[in-house]
Ligand binder design. Sequence first.
Ligand code: PMP
Length: 420
Amino acid sequence: TPAFANIKQLPPDPLFGISARSKADKRSPKVDLVLGAYRDNEGKPWILPSVKVAEELVKADPSYNHEYLAIDGFKTLTVAASKVALGAESSVFSENRIVSSQTLSGTGALHLAGVFLSKFYTGNISSVNADTTISSENRSKFYVSKPTWANHIQIFDSQGFDVKTYRYWNDASKTLDFEGYLEDINNAPSGSIFLLHSCAHNPTGLDPTPEQWIEILNTIKSKKHLAIFDTAYQGFASGDLTKDAWALRKGVEILDTPIVICQSFAKNTGMYGERVGALHVVLPETNEPLLSAIASQLKKITRSELSNPPAYGAKIVAQILSSPELSEQWNKDLVTMSGRINKMRALLRENLEKLNTPGTWNHITDQIGMFSFTGLKKEHVERLAEKHAIYLVGSGRISVAGLNENNVEYVAKAIDETIR
Ligand code: PMP
């Protein structure tokens, strides 16, 4: 067909490709450490008890129906979500400095941020007036950590950003390349965009220390860069919503430029497929006309792309966040998930150390969140799949949630065999 003559076949998404190979493998034991979704100790998906109750309450409400939400979503959700991220007592609320829109989970929030910033962010342009339009040549530079969640790159690349990387992971020491990170912030043209992982960095599991964060944020401030905080693991990392929001809230305190927050409820409520998320834009000072203009532009984008966001998961999360009892249960659920993951980190490290597996393994317990960057190389990853039916991403990233008491020793022994 001439009309479609230049459509080329793409390779499968690398992550979903490995997952497909893992699914097709019928050997036993088999261990899937690819997918970034929580599993219980039996390796099964887990419906959070708080979600179960909230779902029943939502359905039992006499006003329950399947009507459309507003273009910017369910306000009860977006307001409550912004308070989860920033803390209800934040001056952002008393000073009316935030605008929020419900999005298709974290990915949708990142996408909406990308479309919005590509149209309106004038950061790298030295003199700006009301008629300044942003051409692809003067679009601001966009920086992501090296490495980062692979989707970050294609989400912003597809909005015409030239996506560059800042140094993050030092492969030799398995620690943060802090000097390199600061240097790259300093060397970026003033007004560039920096995408930051609020906590539980994906894929490395390595977060800056509080002292390092303060220096990172102050350096971003001194260069007048714009920070996007990708908040996909709040509460899931440490089990404590406040602790996991520390860097984000510090950013809001330190930075004096607008801040963009892309929030996902996929991991911390276990409702991956319901696509609950929000985009928040925080201004450094009160400016109601600007806030209102931003809201109108976000709505215009959403209207043309999805008309209005999905309602079901939004109602469930809103139910949890507006009930003190359910919020308390949710907090317990977060401790259950993060506690099990941390236990698996400890067990994997313990088993490897017991086997005297070559190398050091403290990084496994130093890291936090869903993932661990093990330091395993491509050839190890291949051998683990071929010989042991253990699947992980080529970078050596494992989803710690795929480990449980029944398979962790098997995995440690296989890693040991593979490395020797
Ligand atoms: N950001 C990061 C860093 C992630 O790891 C993920 C999920 N893997 C997301 C955003 C978005 O996830 P979702 O669209 O499912 O909310």
